[in-house]
Ligand binder design. Sequence first.
Ligand SMILES: Cc1cc2nc3c(=O)[nH]c(=O)nc-3n(C[C@H](O)[C@H](O)[C@H](O)COP(=O)(O)OP(=O)(O)OC[C@H]3O[C@@H](n4cnc5c(N)ncnc54)[C@H](O)[C@@H]3O)c2cc1C
Length: 394
Amino acid sequence: MDLAADVDDRLSQLLTTHPPRETDGTEFRGAQFDLGLTWVHFPEGEGGLGAPRALQGRVNQQIEEAGGVLTWWVNPIGYGMAAPTLAAYASGEQRSRYLRALATGEEVWCQLFSEPGAGSDVAGLATRAERDGDEWVVNGQKVWTSLAHLARRGLLLARTDPEQPKHAGLSYFVVDMHAPGVDVRPLRQATGDAEFNEVYLTDVRVPDQERLGAEGEGWKVAITTLMNERLAIGDREAPRGGGPISEAMAVWAAAPEETRRNAVYRDRLMQLWIDAETLRLTNLRSASTARTGTPGPEGSIGKLRSAELNKAIFGFCVDLLGAEGTLYTRYESTRFERIRTEDVDPRERFLRSLGNTIEGGTSEIMRNILGERVLGLPGEPRVDRDVPWTEVPR
Ligand SMILES: Cc1cc2nc3c(=O)[nH]c(=O)nc-3n(C[C@H](O)[C@H](O)[C@H](O)COP(=O)(O)OP(=O)(O)OC[C@H]3O[C@@H](n4cnc5c(N)ncnc54)[C@H](O)[C@@H]3O)c2cc1C
């Protein structure tokens, strides 16, 4: 049987033995993992089948059509970033310890990269990890850490040698978010949800065996995480006319006749629809050529366009709502539980979309990457590249 037929066969087996609407989500995703359908391009026994990555799209689509909730919705950082990083750098023992619980959503993951003084320039970060025998002792502060309050594991980038230039002195660790010294404090966003957090790390002990990649080579590992992040954010698969543009169509359909006759609104909607379709086709093309391993800088195309388009689409929805668009449905502070896909108010969508052009690298940084690494334009001046981190003014 060829791989595509094998995938289809396993998929129908999964949907028959575990009908998604009647099966507990954790159990369903566990069965999906055991059949190799969580990420088909991973090796057998690790939630995959060694099949082409492009086949994952139809698996996901059919599971969602049958009412299943994919790992991405319950553990987005685990699925989009931790799993590919573990696949590339973790030991076999770590992969068998982590991947299944990540896939089922029992262990949520978060990304401990950004700091108050290091966002776009994340390689300049200050959190220290100092060696103490077989362990590392970590001290510092992270910020904007999405889902840290739900997370069991964190992907930590920390400075292990401050005398090296900034990129060379970093190492990468998996942190137990329940370890002593990890303090997670919520940060409220414009939507009212506290989806992200500040994370204070005080004398947190991390075993050396939880290091991913060699000591001092954390930047290389971080690139794998960041490239996959851009792909995970920008490369969401939706059918034609699906995703955010379908929400704009719904707001349009419910708008008063007078609004829908307005030529300027009609023109904006058509243009947004065309942009959404162009992005969908671009994503399909990149998925069909994607290979296992670290995605290339072209992943920034989907990230940049989807972030800008989301803002434009939901801004359009708010405009269509007229004065109603200025009202908000709730003002209480809520602790974020999971990504909601159903019945989200377009005004809430609009407020959340503002973060899209910041999270996972800002649109300006995406343009820098595309300019320098895809188009081959000259790089911007970087004066701190070869200077020991301790000598860089802060
Ligand atoms: C909703 C949300 C969720 C997030 N989740 C996480 C998470 O889970 N984990 C995590 O580690 N981080 C997370 N972040 C942080 C995010 O990665 C950073 O906010 C982002 O990288 C920008 O860093 P900064 O906020 O420090 O802004 P800065 O880097 O200070 O940037 C400020 C402005 O300057 C511009 N700028 C900076 N450098 C350049 C340059 N070289 N060229 C041109 N323009 C430049 C930027 O584009 C921006 O407009 C999240 C952010 C948001 C909004």
